[in-house]
Write a protein that binds this ligand. Structure first.
Ligand code: HEC
Length: 195
């Protein structure tokens, strides 16, 4: 009971750290994370989908399934949710990761990286929002493929919450980062932007 109550309040505080350590390319993500889209904003804002959808859902997994031990033979032991409520929270998060990754593949025409009416200074090493839109549109097959990988991962995680398969969830929790990173390297902070 206590453990459970303590776990979730720390989510928001680790968000910035997780972005920097695992899935981010700069401090801007933390700065803009709380900025709501303006009323006249485009139909789909990628940064919002990333922060409110992908990141939030992933944090639930990263926070609730933890590597506890690696045996001498390499066998990994994970701890997971300790109550039905915890499992439900994790299942809902993986469902929402599945939903948001499905949307990533079908972003409506006119989608934007961020609300163009809000001021935004592009951090060094990152592509500007307009350049990201252009790149995604010109490499839509690659974008779809990365979205599919995320979607497949979310689907596997969702199934694993249904059978409470901690080994699979642990493996996904440990490897999810690489899925984020590969797409970010391609479309957000490619080596070509680091000049
Ligand atoms: C299909 C490609 C793709 C995948 C997969 C992906 N991202 Fe992203 N993500 C992007 C792009 C492009 C940006 C840069 C544009 C932006 O700021 O939203 C981004 C930006 C972000 C941001 C910063 C949003 C902001 O405020 O600027 C966060 C946080 C983030 N991603 C988290 C994640 C996490 C966590 C995962 C994996 C669980 C993930 N992303 C997987 C494409 C992807």
């Amino acid at each position: 009971m206590n453990t459970r109550q303590q776990k979730y309040p720390v989510l928001s505080s680790i968000l910035a750290a997780a972005v920097l350590a695992g899935c981010g390319g700069g401090t801007e993500a933390a700065d803009t994370a709380a900025t709501p889209a303006a009323a006249a904003s485009p139909a789909y804002i990628l940064a919002d989908a990333m922060n409110d959808g992908v990141m939030n859902a992933s944090n639930v997994l990263w926070e609730s399934v933890l590597l506890e031990d690696i045996a001498a033979d390499g066998t990994e032991t994970y701890s997971g949710p300790t109550s039905d409520e915890g499992w439900n929270t994790l299942r809902d998060a993986m469902q929402s990761l599945l939903d948001v990754s499905t949307q990533l593949k079908q972003m409506p025409a006119g989608w934007q990286v961020r609300d163009p009416s809000l001021e935004y200074e592009v951090p060094p090493g990152e592509l500007a929002p307009a350049a990201i839109v252009e790149l995604v549109n010109s490499q839509s097959g690659v974008w779809s493929a990365f979205s599919d990988v995320l979607r497949g991962t979310a689907e596997r995680a969702l199934q694993a919450t249904q059978t409470r398969d901690l080994n699979t969830l642990g493996e996904i929790s440990n490897s999810l980062d690489a899925v984020c990173e590969s797409c970010h390297m391609q479309f957000w902070y490619p080596p070509s932007a680091a000049q």
